[in-house]
Design a protein around this ligand. Sequence first.
Ligand SMILES: *Cc1c(COP(=O)(O)O)cnc(C)c1O
Length: 435
Amino acid sequence: MSKQKRFLLNEDELPRQWYNIQADMINKPLPLLNPATREPLTAEDLSHIFANECAKQELDTEHAWIDIPEEVLRRYSYYRSTPLVRAYALEEALGTPAHIYFKNESVNPLGSHKLNSAIPQCYYCKQEGVKNVTTETGAGQWGAALSYAAKSFGLECAVYQVKISMLQKPYRSSIMRTFGATVTGSPSMSTRAGKDIITADPNHPGSLGTAISEAVELATTTPDCKYTLGSVMNHVSLHQSVIGLEAEKQMKMAGEYPDMIIACFGGGSNFGGLAFPFMRHQLKGEGKKIDFIAAEPESCPKLTKGKFEYDFGDTAGYTPLLPMYTLGHEFKPANIHAGGLRYHGAGTIVSQLLKDGYLRGVDIPQLESFDAGLLFARTEGIIPAPESCHAIAATIREAKKCKETGEEKVILFNLSGHGLIDMTAYDSFLNGDLV
Ligand SMILES: *Cc1c(COP(=O)(O)O)cnc(C)c1O
């Protein structure tokens, strides 16, 4: 067998369509509900908040393949394909017979998979005559990707960043401001939702839920302004499907097919992006069975300990009611460094698929995640984002099981981002200050 380490696609092999798993799901996700009337939301209702095209994609349960606009394709080609890499050095350090591959989504200039959805969301806003976009961000990867994409399409951008993450990772605010965005720590006194949250709890560290409330409020009270979201929603997983579609071709180049697919889990976009194109075969009852694993932090375990029910996507209750696994919209996640995973709910597609047994969740303690990240950094030479460390930890668990059983399983995981702006987190870990 060849010892090739990296697999890349030529520009003419890049996917030209996104994959919409909703079309192939046997049980479709339950409808999003208007919180006031409890009636299913229409694309029109959603388009008050989101770009029209994103609202349409959100509710599309019919078309499995959706054309990627030419302009978006052109911008994808600046940094895609991303490499599929065989982690020989990690395998060797673990002494495992498993074959470990990772899809490296950290190699675009913004450092995470988030750019894959920031580009099309800003593209559609621009097409539809929108002037301003607003959003929330946790650790700041989404905010950074959106700030850049907005600027490149000539849109103004306002970002609410979770207060605790802003303090933990000050350089992410600098990055967003460098791209021209206005950045406000959430909860803030600049919105009604923020004021209410601060009045109830003056020391609230902020969460993605509080920041979403503030951004949605800004979008609905500002003319020509749309809200954008970096995770959770169906249209975001749709845009992220380029990851899995490329990986499918690249695994073929490597002459292998995954037995397991692993990704960390915040709202489900990097998991869905990698997993859904492979899962489509399973939904049709074809191909080899794959064990799909979503790795979440032990301190925010909505997949393994949450309830499947209708809940809000934000703290103040401004969003539609979403049918999902949730810890409750008032859940306050611990101040772990994996800011992108500090979210109370799971996307509606993943929630339905989990309910139907197509994937499983695993919970990773923070220290185990950093142990895994350190081993990966020291073997493969890439410092992973604290979020991605959860996927690496789950991969290492499985690779160690293979060592015990002697099974040569093929494991594919998503390296959703790099951790070069998260070095304070690594410092705390190396100093022994993390719990
Ligand atoms: C945002 C983010 C996540 C978590 O979000 P998902 O939608 O679950 O993918 C994971 N890793 C990185 C690097 C992120 O930026």
